[in-house]
Design a protein around this ligand. Structure first.
Ligand code: SF4
Length: 256
């Protein structure tokens, strides 16, 4: 191990012990079908090049991928969950199953509290780690994002997230366990152009019955995407993908 490896290692250790301040667990949500938003981490280690969460939250992009767990979250959630009713969106602005969750189990703790409080729950992720919590997802709806089928593109566009097939395998596993699951295809990007049928077929094969389609958000200028030669997919790509998905029996919806 070189000295720079040791530095990187020590840095991760420090970050793991750090926590982000948190004054409340649930925030009101304006997303359709969701009454509250719950994000167990500040920042997101998936590091997607098209991420617009920092712009949405008005926080700096620098440091966004050095995610931190929120301090005292479970205690706060326990208190707040006891006095509200409705559906909680888990992972509305950061992924609840990002790298830290494997050890921290903060999202798992949140799901347990939401279940105990009989609150509805909609979980959104790009990670197959969600399968670990299948015992707590019996009444939840789960959305798993798949933007393309190429390991090469996925590693470039979503460097910290599991590869596409692992996500599709997670969809399959959740379907087999009887969890209500849909696939989010979004943002639709240029690598999907000409491969719409292939993507629709892979999603249908995973056992999902519904797919939501999203386009590239215009809140940021997406310079990191342009730097790797990727752009928003042409409008015709969304049309072709939706037609392909419908022809395979998938229910197709536009996202939000
Ligand atoms: S998973 Fe979502 S929140 Fe995390 S980096 Fe990617 S787009 Fe941003």
């Amino acid at each position: 191990m070189t000295s720079s490896d040791l530095h990187a290692f020590a840095d991760i250790g420090v970050r793991r012990r750090e926590e982000a301040p948190c004054s409340r667990a649930l925030s009101p949500s304006r997303l359709p079908g969701l009454d509250f938003a719950l994000n167990p981490y500040r920042g997101c280690s998936h590091g997607c090049l098209y991420c617009y969460a920092p712009a949405l939250l008005h926080v700096p992009v620098d440091g966004w991928t050095a995610a931190l767990p929120k301090r005292g979250l479970l205690r706060l959630l326990e208190k707040e969950a006891a006095s509200v009713k409705g559906v909680v969106g888990v992972g509305t602005s950061t992924d609840p199953y990002q790298i830290l969750e494997a050890e921290a189990e903060l999202t798992r703790g949140c799901l347990r509290i939401l279940n105990d409080a009989s609150l509805g729950c909609c979980v959104h992720t790009k990670s197959d780690l969600v399968l670990r919590d299948v015992d707590l997802l019996e009444k939840a709806e789960v959305g798993i994002t798949v933007t393309n089928l190429s390991d090469t593109f996925s590693s470039t566009l979503e460097p910290g997230a599991p590869l596409p097939q692992r996500r599709l395998d997670a969809v399959k596993g959740l379907c087999e366990a009887g969890v209500d699951v849909f696939v989010m295809v979004g943002p639709l990007l240029s690598p999907v152009e000409g491969r719409e049928d292939e993507l629709a077929a892979a999603i249908a094969a995973s056992g999902a019955s519904m797919v939501m389609v999203d386009t590239l958000n215009k809140r940021t200028d997406h310079a990191p995407l342009r730097a790797v030669g990727v752009t928003a997919a042409a409008a015709s790509c969304a049309i072709r993908f939706k037609e392909a998905a419908s022809s395979l029996g998938l229910l197709v919806r536009d996202a939000f």
